[in-house]
Design a protein around this ligand. Sequence first.
Ligand SMILES: Cc1cc2nc3c(=O)[nH]c(=O)nc-3n(C[C@H](O)[C@H](O)[C@H](O)COP(=O)(O)OP(=O)(O)OC[C@H]3O[C@@H](n4cnc5c(N)ncnc54)[C@H](O)[C@@H]3O)c2cc1C
Length: 394
Amino acid sequence: MDFRFTPEEEAFRQELRSWLRENVPPNWEGVFLEEEVEEWKQGLAFVRKLAEKGWVAPAWPKEYGGMEASPALQLAYNEEMGYQRAPIGSIVQSVGYIGPAILFFGTEEQKRQHLPPVTAGETVWCQGYSEPEAGSDLASLKTRAVKDGDDYVINGDKTWTSNAHRSDWCILLARTDPAAPKHKGISFFLVDMKSPGITVQPVMNMANVHSFNQVFFEDVRVPKSALLGQENQGWYIAAMTLDFERSSLVAMAVSMAKRALDDLVGYCRETRVKGKSLLASPLVRHKLAEMAIEIEVGKYMVYRVVSLQARMEPGSIEAAVCKLYNTELDVRVANTGLEILGLYGQLHKDSKWTQLMGRFQKSYMYAIAMVVGGGSSEIQRNIIAMRGLGLPRG
Ligand SMILES: Cc1cc2nc3c(=O)[nH]c(=O)nc-3n(C[C@H](O)[C@H](O)[C@H](O)COP(=O)(O)OP(=O)(O)OC[C@H]3O[C@@H](n4cnc5c(N)ncnc54)[C@H](O)[C@@H]3O)c2cc1C
């Protein structure tokens, strides 16, 4: 296997890298998504600049604002965006898996309506899958969509909906045939968040930041044209978007981990304890080396998924392996940072004693969320065991 990028891909990487160095807001402290109000505004402004370059969704067709980039070019893009900590939380869902679902299953009208506003940095989407009684077992969702003339009428509630309070549109899974086996009676809708009958209530996360929401749908009327794909085909579309979500989530996570490690190595090089550099401590060196090796392993797992995508081969098992390993790796990197930084590592970015802009404190709180979001580690292990290894259902 040849891991080298082509000269064109390398040239694009260099151009993007220089641009990011100039355009990621100075002193940007983001580590995961931009969740605080000020961060979010900076992120939106950044995405508009990215849109001016035509760089929001490289892999999409040119007619919808993409670059028709190869999977390898998209990989180089993801690596740079992750390493430079580009503030693109407002588009990770729409570019990573919502847009691809519309590209695969949408009508031409749906593609023209929804994709160009994403590549112009004008619309934000959220994902209405999970419900209070349906998370890992998503197919038991209860939200109903009932046909009424040319419309569907939606009732139910969704939870953990990231960014619903800032979104223009929502992808929504709702039951359209309650008599069918549970996987077969679900449909996939594209819902305007301004529709009458939608109420968004904040749910604070463990960092005490408003990122999640509970979203209530009360007699929300959507036109038939809001249906993506066929009625009752929603489960299959959702399963595909989850594969995309898993691979798009981790592609940047590995290079973000690499950046965190590089920052940590820099900190250890400059910090002296009892007259000696922290890098002189065998314990610290071993920890850093262990992380460097694990990050390298994670990187090649991502390359494997990308090479399968490039050959149009199925890769849902590999995407599950990659999601499981790399999101847990982010937790190990955050833990390593906190161990090395000691008590300084626990300080919030606003403390005058904080180190490395409080990033490790923040990533310690957020990394664990990534292990759960997009399907928890246990669910990835079940997928690998049953579909990958052919083991019986536990
Ligand atoms: C940061 C973050 C962002 C999110 N954003 C969104 C969003 O935008 N939209 C959305 O719809 N959802 C979102 N979610 C919800 C996420 O998809 C669910 O949290 C996840 O699917 C798990 O569901 P649950 O929380 O109901 O936990 P449960 O399904 O109740 O699981 C609880 C525990 O039991 C384990 N478990 C459950 N079933 C099994 C099994 N069969 N075998 C072994 N172990 C099992 C799980 O691994 C977990 O540890 C987000 C979650 C997080 C953390």
